[in-house]
Design a protein around this ligand. Structure first.
Ligand code: ADE
Length: 240
């Protein structure tokens, strides 16, 4: 019943955090998705409740212990239906809207939040963790990254976005950044709304928006623009 997220973290108090508010929070209350939070520390075995240890081979920082992380993952998986197991880490494959859409099609996800220098590589292998990054920058841990991923998923769940066009015109759904938006007043600080948008000519408006979306994508995201150009040859991402 509903899309199920299980988050494994050593900071369970961080959840639901922002996910308890706005769109995601209302969807949570409405039962359109479910959030279970598991405290990894509850699976520590020594008397100090250790979740990390010094890195083999030396070097700075600490590494999350494979036995403790695996026990937490196994508890999350126990009894339930099989879900993708993701590890949030800056070393992961970049998260994409395409992967978000796939996750939303499935039963949910188990999200492991990395801390310290990382997680023992053996648990990544043994529990087939899919390593995912939310961008080329380093956060202090995977918790906020997990929230980002969940927010991206939850808004796409059936019934969550309500009246809003659920995505087809949005950035990335068509491989383009969005066109610029305007609302009243007609003139603000001496700046008028572009004339075309108040022309009432829906064909012209659609063409203007498309041209603006293409210009902005070319300027800001040459990588996305090149992928689209490539897409005309292979179109593996199915852009419109
Ligand atoms: N943990 C730390 N930095 C991260 C990132 N960029 N993406 C996912 N998890 C992270």
């Amino acid at each position: 019943n509903g899309w199920q997220a299980t988050v494994l973290t050593i900071y369970p108090g961080m959840f639901p955090g922002p996910l308890g508010h706005a769109l995601a929070g209302r969807a949570l209350e409405a039962g359109r998705w479910r959030l279970d939070v598991i405290d990894i520390r509850a699976f520590a075995t020594d008397r100090h409740r250790s979740v990390d240890d010094t890195p083999a081979g030396g070097g700075p920082g600490m590494v999350m212990k494979p036995d403790v992380v695996a026990a937490a993952i196994d508890a999350a998986a126990a009894g339930g239906i099989d879900r993708p197991r993701l590890l949030l880490t800056p070393r992961g494959r970049p998260l994409t809207q395409a992967r978000v859409r796939e996750l939303v099609e499935g039963p949910g996800a188990v999200l492991v939040c990395g801390r310290f220098e990382g997680v023992d590589e053996r648990v990544v292998e043994a529990r087939a963790l899919e390593e995912v990054s939310i961008g080329d920058f380093v956060l202090s841990g995977g918790e906020i990254a997990a929230m980002v991923l969940l927010d991206a998923c939850v808004r796409l769940l059936p019934g969550v976005m309500g009246a809003q066009a659920s995505g087809s015109e949005e950035s990335f759904e068509n491989g383009l950044l969005e066109y610029p938006h305007y609302t009243r007043p007609q003139v603000w600080e001496g700046r008028p709304i572009p004339e075309v948008l108040v022309s009432g000519d829906h064909g012209r408006i659609a063409r203007w928006r498309r041209a603006e979306a293409e210009r902005i994508t070319r300027e800001r995201r040459p990588d996305l623009w090149a992928a689209r150009a490539g897409g005309r040859i292979d179109n593996s991402q199915g852009f419109k």
